[in-house]
Design a protein around this ligand. Structure first.
Ligand SMILES: *Cc1c(COP(=O)(O)O)cnc(C)c1O
Length: 406
């Protein structure tokens, strides 16, 4: 079976991380890593993007009930964090062709309580920020730019108007360090203040990180094709699905109070791995993935691929939208392609009760997410890509009959 997603990390990186988590020292790693991102002292390394986002919201201390506008597609935890601060997340619809935030909808969504805007770049695309930044400027909104899916090793550190730009190196992200985030601030003093606040957090647990490195070593071994097929079969026999097992394994933080788990500072082994990866990672490392996704996308109808027209695009994932996506997933699985509908916690952010009546519900985002699946492309050969394109192309031409019953 062709696995859905490769962990973007090598065995030498894992071995190095394990060694670092068993040794002491490395006190200067945070400052060295941060200097790579911003020699002027405007970068902060965090335990995760979610930790950094929570930290900045604490710093902002917006009045309860304030509204934070968010891209209508983002991960659940970002919304949960906004709500945990007593704020309201208000979704702003996106354009499915480019996955960019719709600026007309953004203007409509701004009200008397709007204080901040969280823009997520989706699936590896990077949406143009100029128009969004101009609106944020005019209305005095604090602008968060979420690059968790868009790291492309191309030196981008955020739009100049973004107040905070956030990069994630969590387990399923590009150039992963099995955790960790980097925040780049517009304002140096705000960054210093965040650094001071983070220093008061308890450190990440060393043993916990070592266990995480071992767990992902195991998952990486499993993602070789033969073991992966065995693993998927075993899961099916034992009455569960490999989809669910993987989704649970890569969730990152366990069950329990999210904010408590987020409020730790990154430990020296995590910082060491982030530093190692940043020194060695280059845009060349993304070339194969981009070429495979581009080749497949070129064989499929453009409107089936959200973000098809986005530029730049490093294709972190290759989403596809169609009627009856569950049927296509089953068909692809049967043919040995590990397509999936889950495996990330991306979702369409629900609008408030009155939004539907206002016509402000993010209809495009909801429709897109309800019809979406992800195609496995990363390690596909040319022949496999053609086969994948053929199966998907056939399916899109001849949708299955509508199923009867509930
Ligand atoms: C992965 C992701 C995050 C969270 O990143 P962590 O570093 O795991 O906290 C936030 N936003 C988006 C859009 C993501 O894809």
């Amino acid at each position: 079976m062709l696995p859905r997603k490769k962990l973007d990390i090598g065995w030498a990186d894992l071995a190095s991380a394990l060694a670092m988590s068993l040794r002491r020292g490395g006190a200067d790693r945070a400052s060295r890593l941060e200097a790579l991102w911003s020699p002027e002292g405007r970068a902060l390394a965090t335990l995760s993007v979610r930790s950094g986002f929570d930290l900045v919201l604490r710093q902002l201390a917006l009045p309860a009930g304030s509204e934070v506008l968010v891209s209508a597609v983002t991960i659940r935890d970002m919304v949960a964090i906004i709500e945990a601060h007593g704020l309201r997340a208000v979704p702003v619809d996106i354009d499915p062709d480019t996955c960019a935030l719709r600026v007309d909808r953004l203007r409509q969504a701004i009200g008397g309580r709007t204080r901040a805007l969280l823009v997520a770049h989706l699936f590896g695309s990077r949406t143009p920020m100029d128009a969004v930044a101009a609106v944020a400027d005019r209305h005095g909104l604090f602008l968060f730019e979420d690059c968790a899916q868009a790291f492309a090793a191309d030196g981008y550190t955020g739009h100049p108007r973004s107040d905070v730009t956030m990069f994630s190196f969590g387990p399923i992200k590009t150039a992963t360090a099995l955790g960790g985030g980097v925040l780049v601030f517009r304002d140096r003093d705000r960054c210093e203040d965040a650094r001071r606040r983070q220093r008061a957090y308890p450190p990440q647990r060393r043993g916990g990180y070592a266990r995480r490195v071992l767990k992902y070593g195991l998952l990486k071994a499993l993602s070789w094709r033969a073991p992966y097929t065995v693993f998927a079969t075993l899961c099916r026999w034992s009455g569960t699905s490999h989809d669910r097992v993987i989704a649970n394994a890569v969730r990152g933080f366990g069950p329990g109070a999210l904010l408590v788990q987020l409020r730790r500072r990154p430990g020296p082994a995590l910082l060491g791995l982030m530093l190692r990866r940043h020194r060695r990672y280059g845009s060349d490392d993304l070339a194969d993935r981009i070429a495979a996704a581009t080749a497949l996308a070129a064989r499929l109808p453009a409107d089936a691929i959200p973000g098809r027209w986005a530029q730049p695009h490093c294709h972190w994932l290759l989403p596809l939208q169609c009627d009856d996506p569950d049927v296509l997933v089953a068909r692809l699985q049967h043919a040995g392609f590990d397509a999936t509908r889950g495996a990330t916690s991306l979702h369409a952010v629900p609008a408030g009760r009155d939004a539907a009546a206002d016509g402000a519900a993010p209809m495009a985002a909801q429709r897109m997410m309800s019809r979406m699946l992800y195609l496995p492309v990363e390690s596909a050969s040319g022949a496999e890509l053609r086969e994948l394109a053929r199966i998907v192309g056939d399916f899109l031409d001849r949708p299955p009959p509508v199923r009867a019953g509930p």
